[in-house]
Design a binder for this molecule. Structure first.
Ligand SMILES: Cc1cc2nc3c(=O)[nH]c(=O)nc-3n(C[C@H](O)[C@H](O)[C@H](O)COP(=O)(O)O)c2cc1C
Length: 159
């Protein structure tokens, strides 16, 4: 295979950029920025999320069986950047951003445009990222706005 073409073609996939919320078995919350997310079914509403194998987030999703997805607004690159590294909660803040919880106990950020929460219903634990299929069990909208795209940030994750 032409490696350069593979990289260029795979980087041609369009993505959003989201903060995925997780929690550990004691209910301590965590979050990471991810773009490998897509809806895969209307009924039931399902999404597939790829999570880097061996990270704290991956281990938490595997154990807790739940995650949240926060839809960031266009221009919120600082918020996306804050969750590229491991974060620790400080009261009701993660990386300085206020959150609350609803059904799953995973963080929902006040600054997100909208959010949904998932229960893991299937998984494919192969490759360097593991795929978790989540059924959407709760959702909410904080305000109207345009969602962030990976392209606008100038970051790449794929190839
Ligand atoms: C642009 C960009 C996109 C990313 N997308 C993903 C992703 O889709 N899935 C993933 O597991 N990690 C992704 N990452 C890496 C995570 O943000 C990073 O591994 C995170 O710090 C893991 O947090 P943790 O150590 O608390 O689990 C991405 C990183 C960047 C820079």
């Amino acid at each position: 295979m032409d490696q350069k073409a593979k990289k260029t073609a795979l980087r041609g996939i369009s993505y959003g950029l989201y903060i995925v919320g997780t929690k550990d078995d004691k209910g301590v919350v965590n979050g990471f920025t991810g773009n490998w997310l897509t809806q895969t079914s209307f009924e039931p509403p399902l999404v597939a999320l790829a999570v880097k194998a061996g990270t704290r987030s991956q281990e938490q999703i595997a154990k807790a069986g739940v995650f949240s997805v926060n839809i960031l607004e266009t221009g919120k690159k600082d918020m996306a950047t804050a969750f590229f590294k491991s974060v620790e909660p400080d009261g009701n803040k993660l990386a300085g951003y206020e959150f609350y919880t609803e059904e799953t106990g995973c963080p929902i950020f006040n600054d997100a445009l909208s959010f949904f929460e998932c229960k893991v219903v299937d998984k494919i634990e192969k490759g360097d990222h593991f795929i978790y299929v989540g059924e959407v069990i709760n959702a909410g909208v904080h305000r109207e706005g345009d969602p962030m795209t990976l392209k606008e940030t100038g970051f790449y994750y794929g190839g």
